[in-house]
Design a protein around this ligand. Structure first.
Ligand code: CMC
Length: 434
């Protein structure tokens, strides 16, 4: 009997099965052979929300949730946050290696070249209502990009994949900034390709009548660090959406729109907006104990706390907390930081949170920085989406070229009624429905 295996005994039949273990996993399909009779479908595994199912093999991002480790392609997140730039980190996440100087220059040129969007995209965006949530605009407009680039449908062509990668990374900030300007009734600002990726984004957001916008280097750097921290996070909800939708092989704009929609939710990218709303509601440090009582009674969630993978301090939250103070030096202190610090202190000392291993996640402090940088809450998930586009593209490219991947199509445990005869409308309601 092979040592790297498990033996499963089916108590219904007394038969035993040897299931191989590879990389700490068993294959769900190996359970299908376990049957009570030849016409039995075979055993399935049931895993709602994929809490213990690996859906792919990936070499992009490593997380050790117990130890609070996050690495892109083996490089620790804190080293990247300290020494790298978002575009360099995006290159690393997508191609697997840090670029040489020549590669980085070429990569930067390719992305810079594609920052403009078609004028019809601008007109398309003008159709959104004045109070449209910028994340809704981003979802819709990213999907609309697919109609502008029919060549993107050829997902099996490596050159096409390359081109769409540049375009998506380049155009997300442009669309995001246009969405912001639209919701404020301000004229759109065209990209300034003399600025850095993040500097240009700030220019498209804030430029008014000055001939050239000059981003504050500290704030530009802080946003760049936030982008690095958000670039990828392995098989999270939106990466899974990117892979799942991408597996039916639509163009990557459609798949990215789906991933952006997944990010929109308050349990994922919308969490930092929910954190700020929560902090505003708490209002003052003195109200923290009462709030914690509500959380423990199951009436509220402590937003920005807890994570499916991290069962210790999210390493990104540590870096963000540090960066917040650099931003406050320039932009002024966000008073919500005091409520947040007190909330963190109280939660980390409380049995409820200790027992469940609930620690601050990336979203606990990011909203506070975004707010200090001048962003409205609606823009928070949009900022997340810009950075995460790098990860989505890396995940999508890996999925497309993985010979093991097929169209994602889970099974179900059917719990509904079985065959029954159609009831004419006049006769319905006479018999109680079982
Ligand atoms: N506040 C209070 N209790 C919590 C929280 C929280 N934030 N998170 C988890 N719990 C409790 C939960 O009620 C459960 O308790 P019990 O065992 O008594 O039923 C226990 O902890 C385990 O939680 P879970 O819901 O099984 O954990 P999950 O892995 O399904 O959920 C999560 C992970 C991130 C959705 C959840 O922790 C949460 O809703 N957090 C708040 C929202 C948030 O901050 N989301 C951002 C996540 S990080 C960024 C990203 O990935 O986009």
């Amino acid at each position: 009997m092979a040592q790297d295996s498990v033996t499963v005994i089916d108590n219904r039949t007394g038969r035993s099965y040897e299931i191989p273990i590879v990389d700490g996993t068993v294959r769900a399909m190996d359970f299908r052979q376990i049957k009570v009779s030849s016409d039995d479908f075979g055993l399935m595994v049931y895993d709602p929300a994929f809490t213990n199912t690996a859906s792919c093999r990936s070499s992009i991002t490593y997380i050790d949730g117990e130890r609070g480790i996050l690495e892109y392609r083996g490089y620790p997140i804190d080293q990247l946050a300290e020494h790298s730039t978002f575009l360099e980190a995006a290159y690393l996440v997508i191609y697997g290696e840090l670029p040489t100087r020549a590669q980085l220059d070429q990569w930067t040129r390719n992305i810079t070249y594609h920052t403009y969007v078609h004028e019809n995209i601008k007109r398309f965006m003008a159709g959104y209502n004045y109070d449209a949530h910028p994340m809704g605009i981003l979802v819709g407009t990213t999907a609309a990009l697919s109609t502008f680039y029919p060549d993107a449908k050829d997902v099996d062509d490596p050159q096409s994949r390359e081109m769409q990668t540049w375009r998506l990374l380049a155009k997300m900030p442009t669309i995001a900034a246009y969405a912001f300007r639209h919701s404020h009734g301000l004229p759109y600002v065209y990209p300034d390709n003399d600025l850095s990726y993040t500097g240009n984004f700030l220019s498209m957001l804030w430029k008014m009548s000055e001939p050239q916008y000059k981003p504050n280097p500290v704030l530009e750097h802080a946003l760049d660090v936030l982008f690095i921290l958000h670039a990828d996070h392995e098989q999270n909800c939106s990466a899974n959406a990117m892979r799942s939708v991408g597996s039916s092989r639509p163009d990557p704009y459609s798949a990215t729109a789906a991933a952006t929609a997944a990010l929109y939710g308050p349990l994922h990218g919308g969490a930092n907006e929910a954190v700020i709303r929560m902090l505003l509601q708490i209002g003052d440090k003195k109200n923290v104990p009462e709030f914690i009582r509500h959380v423990k009674a199951g009436e509220r969630k402590l937003m920005g706390f807890g994570h499916r993978i991290y069962k210790s301090y999210d390493p990104r939250a540590k870096i963000i907390k540090r960066t917040a103070y650099e931003v406050f030096e320039i932009a002024g202190r966000n008073p919500l930081i005091d409520v947040a610090l007190e909330l963190e202190r109280a939660a980390l000392e409380d049995e409820y949170f200790i027992e469940r291993k609930l620690y601050p996640n990336v979203d606990f402090y990011s909203g506070i920085i975004y707010q200090a940088l001048g962003f409205s809450m609606e823009m928070f998930p949009v900022l997340f989406a810009i950075a995460r586009t790098a990860g989505w593209l890396a995940q999508w490219r890996e999925m497309i070229t993985d010979p093991e991947q097929k169209i994602a199509r889970p099974r179900q445990v059917y719990t509904g009624l079985r065959r029954r005869d159609f009831v004419p409308i006049e006769e319905r309601g006479k018999v109680a429905v079982a």
